[in-house]
Design a binder for this molecule. Structure first.
Ligand SMILES: [Zn+2]
Length: 270
């Protein structure tokens, strides 16, 4: 069984003591590929360095909504340049956040729009962060209109109506550990997401799933998210893993995993 953690932050200091071991544990758990996301120019350079160091790690570059007030205009040009690296597979994470930062709404809106258009120009998908800013995000998406890139609403925490709205715009959806919390209503929302639009993520080091809730999250724990999805959809975890892995490979145009055994289409099985 092969899983892909499409959203984590391996560059953060939470992993400074044992980053190699964390990646090893992920691989041992069947997490063959991980996408580590930047939050500003400096971390964009860091995630690329990690992608160069670990074969299984890919990178996303961009400015996070809570960092846009610190970003200079030229940072976006440099990030666009960095995105030509062969292991950069997305622009992210971008979006809007009115939970941590309500004082820079206009800057957030402009940076989000700019990075959406940048991603579309570059032919890269986006990873969208939405915290208490669902309506503001839809406004920007509608403004960009036909020029929208593909992408994923990560750490999805809205209701079913909102899910249908972004699915209609062609986006994928992924849930973090909050899917597994006891009183969460997200499982009902998750069950309604078409399988071909579902991705897996941990958002490590944050939001560890049950039974690791409260601990540092890490990519190996994406299996708990996969298990929960399989449970609410009443399907096998194997089938869930295969489908979400194929979705991630397609959206992020990931190269075939070296060493992975893929049955060849023409092989005759006797
Ligand atoms: Zn994140």
């Amino acid at each position: 069984m092969e899983l892909i953690d499409t959203h984590l932050h391996l560059q953060l200091e939470h992993f400074d003591e044992d980053r190699d071991v964390v990646v090893e544990r992920a691989l041992a758990a069947g997490v063959t590929r991980m996408i580590t996301l930047a939050t500003d120019l400096k971390t964009s350079e860091q995630v690329i360095a990690l992608a160069e160091r670990y074969e299984s790690v890919f990178a996303a570059v961009g400015v996070h909504p809570t960092d846009v007030h610190k970003a200079a205009g030229r940072d976006y040009y440099e990030i666009a340049d960095l995105s030509s690296h062969e292991k950069v597979v997305a622009i992210g994470e971008i979006g809007m956040d009115f939970y941590w930062d309500t004082s820079h709404a206009r800057e957030q809106e402009r940076a989000f729009q700019l990075q959406l258009e940048m991603a579309a120009d570059l032919g890269l998908p986006v990873a969208i962060h939405n915290r208490d800013a669902g309506e503001a995000i839809l406004k920007v998406l509608d403004f960009v209109g036909d020029g929208l890139p593909q992408g994923v609403f990560h750490c999805f925490a809205e209701n079913g109506d909102y899910a249908r709205t972004v699915l209609d715009k062609g986006f994928h959806i992924s849930f973090t550990g909050n899917l597994t919390y006891k009183k969460s209503e997200l499982p009902q929302v998750a069950a309604e997401v078409p399988l071909e639009r579902l991705l897996l993520e941990t958002d490590s080091p944050f939001l560890a799933p049950v039974p690791k809730r409260g601990k540092r999250n890490e990519p190996a724990y994406v299996s708990y998210i996969a298990e929960k999805h399989a449970e609410v959809r009443n399907m096998s975890i194997k089938a869930l893993a295969a489908a979400t892995t194929a979705n991630a490979e397609k959206l992020f145009a990931l190269p075939a995993q070296p060493g992975a055994h893929r049955p060849q289409e023409n092989t005759v099985v006797s």
